[in-house]
Design a protein around this ligand. Structure first.
Ligand code: NAP
Length: 337
């Protein structure tokens, strides 16, 4: 597609990721000749700020993608399953944020810093954006993998409520207000109390792992192109609005020291290494990562229990690098720069 500017559709424009898509397109001056903002019938006619003006939300339907060059989807898996192929058939390149297409062998699963080449072969006209926790982890692992090939990853996540959508953020805030007022806390979206608490919050997967945990296993292997990588995850939700954190232990096919890992991470694409010697407050944090693009890596240490392994703390904005930014970067790398 060699064009100076593009008709871009955002399916799910009113959601947490969709709104971030609009901001990201605007902030990065993506060459948009026309923006088609799509959501459910409930939102049709609403307006969202875009560029110097506003866009009017249209109800998503079978004719929504006529004339669209690039369709960014963030409207959940069932919408992506139904409308992804319709958009592709209409001639759009689809980049989908949901889990619908991620493990389809005919759909590339892409993080530009790791495997942008994969996005060039897309038999279904669809490219999948990985799960937010997986994206930030593989960006941090890529330079290390290139040097010493990752063998085993043991990861614990501390995931923000915005990862579950706009309604989940409102639930956290409402629960927090109720708790501070000494009132009963009644969860609306979460499966239990989220205010001042930590929750295992995903559908059951297999073998007593959650779906989210299994996504980290399978998506990591597909993106890194190495089915032998062992991934042992525990995912939890914490009462943070935005920004996922991860404690990551990594073993390699040869010994890696923290010093070597830091040398490889310094200046790596998409990574900001927070290299300070340990000091409370001087490490990657979701509050300061929110609203920014990089994957912050800090607390890089030699593992005390396993010789030749390292530990690190990895933080990124789940709505940006974990979703909207990654999708827009794929489109940029394919069509703009
Ligand atoms: N949040 C994250 O950090 C994150 C990260 C990576 C991937 N994702 C994935 O991105 C997708 C969106 O997540 P989100 O957090 O933005 O959710 P959200 O805040 O709940 O937004 C959902 C969006 O989808 C639209 N939608 C729902 N049903 C629809 C339908 N039948 N037809 C058309 N539009 C429909 C909604 O429109 P209305 O406003 O009209 O209901 C809204 O715009 C999900 O698949 C999620 O798994 C999210």
């Amino acid at each position: 597609m060699s064009k100076a500017s593009f008709v871009v559709a955002v399916a799910g424009a009113t959601g947490a990721v969709g709104r971030e898509m609009l901001r990201t397109l605007e902030q990065r001056s993506f060459p948009v000749s026309k923006l088609v903002a799509l959501a459910s019938k409930r939102s049709a006619g609403q307006r969202l700020p875009f560029g110097a003006g506003e866009v009017v939300i249209e109800a998503l339907g079978p004719k929504s993608f006529e004339g669209v060059d690039i369709a960014l989807f963030s409207a959940g898996a069932s919408v992506a399953r139904e409308y992804g192929p319709i958009a592709a058939k209409a001639g759009a390149v689809v980049i989908d944020n949901s889990s619908a297409w991620r493990m389809d062998p005919e759909v590339p699963l892409v993080v530009p810093e790791v495997n942008i080449e994969a996005a060039k072969t897309r038999p279904k006209g669809i490219i999948a954006n990985p799960n937010c926790s997986t994206i930030q982890m593989v960006v941090a692992l890529k330079p290390l993998h290139d040097a010493a090939r990752v063998k085993t990853i043991i990861v614990s996540t501390y995931q923000a409520t915005s990862g579950k959508g706009q309604a989940a953020v409102e639930d956290l805030l409402q629960q927090t207000r109720a708790a501070l007022a000494g009132e009963a806390v009644t969860p609306a979206v979460f499966p239990g109390r989220m205010a001042f608490n930590v929750l295992c919050d995903w559908k059951a997967g297999e073998n007593d792992y959650s779906e989210e945990e299994l996504k980290m296993v399978h998506e990591t292997r597909k993106i890194m192109g190495d089915a032998s990588i062992g991934v042992s995850p525990t995912t939890v939700r914490v009462p943070v609005v935005n920004g996922h954190s991860e404690s990551v232990h990594v073993q390699f096919h040869r010994a890696m020291s923290a010093e070597e890992a830091k040398r490889l991470l310094r200046g790596a694409e998409g990574v900001v290494l927070m290299d300070d010697a340990y000091a409370p407050g001087k490490h990657p944090q979701p509050f300061s990562a929110a609203g920014t693009d990089p994957v912050y890596v800090g607390r890089v240490r030699d593992d005390l229990a396993v010789a030749g392994a390292i530990k690190m703390f990895v933080v990124a904005d789940n709505l940006r690098k974990g979703a909207a930014l990654n999708a827009v970067q794929i489109a940029e790398r394919l069509f703009v720069r």
